[in-house]
Ligand binder design. Structure first.
Ligand code: SF4
Length: 412
C-alpha cells in the first residue's frame, strides 16, 4: 500500500475512535508477536437492518476541521497531524479491505473540512464510486454533516444503509459553551429530513417495485457524557425526545475523554465518573426502548442523577416500593418487566410456564430470574420470600452492605 495512504489511514482511523455511534468500537490489545493484537481504531462492528453483525472499516474522511469544538481532538486550534482522504482513496481502501475479507462494510465520518457542503459532497462522491463504479453493495454508515444542503443529504441517504448526526451535547447551553458553531436547530434539521425521507421511502417501497430505499438501517446519534454540567435527567430526557421526534434507532453515549485543556472543560481529575454514568445511561436507554419506562419515571428534579450503586430499574422499584410485592402468577407482562431481577428472557419464560401451571419460588432461578434481587418485590402463590422490613434503605443495605467501619486501635 502507498506510504502516503498508510499514514493517512493511521491518522484518520485513530481520529475516528472517538465516534461511538456504531455498535462497538475496538479495544487496544497489545500481544506483540501473537495472534489477537488489536488497536482501538480501524475496525468496528454494527448490526445491519437484517440483524447480521458486520465488521466495518471505521475512518474519518478528514480530521482537518474548520470548527473549534472545545472537547474535540480535531478542533481547528489543536496542533495535531492533519490528513484528508480523497473519495477515490476511501473507495479503493474499502474495496481492497473487503476483498481481503477484513471488513464487510464502511463507517465513514468526517470533520467539517472547509465547510459542510464541501465535506458532504466528498462523502456522496465516495458512496457513488463505491456503489456505482465498484458495485459495492455492503453495509455503509455515513455522517450527515449539519449545515449541508438537503439535496446532498438526500443523495447520501439513497446510497447509505445508516446515517447519523452527532448532537454531542444535550442542551443549547452546552453547545454554546463548547461548540459555538453548532446549534440544536442546525443539528435537528438533517435529523428531521432523514426521518421524513425514511418514512416516504418505506411508503413508496410498499407500493412501487422500483422505489428507492433511503437509509434502510435507520439513523442514530451520539452524546458525550460529562463534558458539560447537564445531569443524567437532562441526558435521558433528550434521549427520549430524540427517539420520539426523529424515530432514531439508537442513541449512543460516549464518556468524555479529556484530550484537550480549556477553561470550560471539566478538570481532568473529575473525569473518572463518566464511565459509570455512561453505563447507567445505557441501562436507562434500554428501559426506555424495551421496558416501556418513561423518562420522567426514571429521574426527576428531586433525583436528577442515577445512583452509583444501583441500576435505574432497581432505583425506580425502591422509590415505588408501595407498588410491591407483586404476585408472579398474576402480574401483567409490563408489570413483570418492571420487577428488578426479571429481564426479557425470564419474563417470557414465566409467561409461558404460567399457562401450564403456577410458578413456585424454586422455579424462578431455573428461569433465569435473579432471585437475590427479585425476592423483595414478588410473591409466589401468595408467599413472600423477602424481608419483613420493606424500607428501601434496608433493601439497599442487604443488596449492597456498607462495609463496617474499622475500629482504629490506639497505641499508647
Ligand atoms: S465539528 Fe466535529 S470534528 Fe470538528 S471540532 Fe467539532 S466535533 Fe470535532
Amino acid at each position: 500500500m502507498n506510504k502516503n495512504i498508510i499514514e493517512k489511514l493511521q491518522i484518520l482511523a485513530d481520529a475516528a475512535k472517538y465516534d461511538v455511534s456504531c455498535a462497538s468500537s475496538g479495544v487496544n490489545k497489545k500481544n506483540t508477536g501473537k495472534i489477537g493484537s488489536s488497536q482501538a481504531s480501524g475496525i468496528c462492528h454494527t448490526w445491519a437492518s437484517d440483524g447480521r453483525c458486520v465488521s466495518l472499516l471505521k475512518i474519518l474522511l478528514s480530521n482537518d476541521c474548520a470548527y473549534d469544538c472545545e472537547y474535540c481532538v480535531n478542533r481547528l486550534s489543536n496542533d495535531v497531524r492533519r490528513a484528508s482522504f480523497t473519495p477515490e482513496e476511501v473507495a479503493e481502501l474499502t474495496i481492497e479491505f473487503y476483498r481481503r475479507n477484513y471488513i464487510e462494510g464502511l463507517f465513514l465520518s468526517s470533520a467539517v473540512e472547509k465547510n459542510p457542503n464541501h465535506t458532504m459532497e466528498k462523502i456522496v462522491k465516495t458512496l457513488l464510486i463505491l456503489r456505482n463504479q465498484y458495485g459495492f453493495s455492503g453495509y455503509i454508515h455515513v455522517k450527515a454533516i449539519p449545515g449541508a444542503d438537503k439535496i446532498l443529504i438526500h443523495q447520501a441517504g439513497e446510497l447509505a444503509d445508516r446515517m447519523s448526526v452527532n448532537i454531542e451535547l444535550p442542551t443549547e447551553a452546552g453547545l454554546k459553551l463548547l461548540a459555538p458553531q453548532k446549534t440544536m436547530k442546525k443539528l435537528f434539521l438533517p435529523m428531521d429530513q432523514i426521518k421524513q425521507e425514511i418514512g416516504r421511502s418505506k411508503y413508496e417501497l410498499a407500493r412501487y417495485r422500483h422505489a428507492k430505499s433511503f437509509v434502510p438501517a435507520g439513523q442514530s446519534t451520539q452524546m458525550i457524557v460529562g463534558a458539560t454540567k447537564e445531569s443524567d435527567m437532562d441526558m435521558i430526557n433528550i434521549t427520549d425526545q430524540l427517539y420520539k421526534k426523529f424515530s432514531l434507532k439508537r442513541v449512543y453515549f460516549s464518556a468524555y475523554v479529556p484530550v484537550n485543556q480549556g477553561g470550560n472543560l471539566p478538570a481532568i481529575s473529575s473525569t473518572t465518573a463518566p464511565m459509570l454514568r455512561e453505563h447507567r445511561l445505557y441501562q436507562a436507554d434500554w428501559l426506555l426502548r424495551f421496558y416501556k419506562f418513561k423518562a420522567n419515571e426514571l429521574l426527576d428534579q428531586s433525583n436528577p442523577n442515577f445512583d452509583k450503586d444501583f441500576d435505574p430499574k432497581m432505583m425506580w422499584a425502591l422509590r415505588n416500593i408501595k407498588e410491591f410485592p407483586k404476585e408472579i402468577n398474576k402480574v401483567s407482562v409490563n408489570e413483570l418487566l418492571r420487577i428488578p431481577g426479571i429481564g426479557m428472557i425470564s419474563a417470557r419464560r414465566i409467561l409461558k410456564q404460567r399457562k401450564i401451571r403456577n410458578i413456585t419460588f424454586d422455579d424462578l432461578k431455573k428461569m433465569g430470574v435473579v432471585v437475590k434481587r427479585a425476592r423483595f418485590f414478588i410473591t409466589c402463590g401468595g408467599k413472600y420470600y423477602g424481608e419483613k422490613n420493606l424500607d428501601p434503605e434496608n433493601i439497599k443495605n442487604i443488596l449492597n452492605p456498607v462495609p463496617p467501619y474499622e475500629q482504629l486501635s490506639l497505641k499508647i
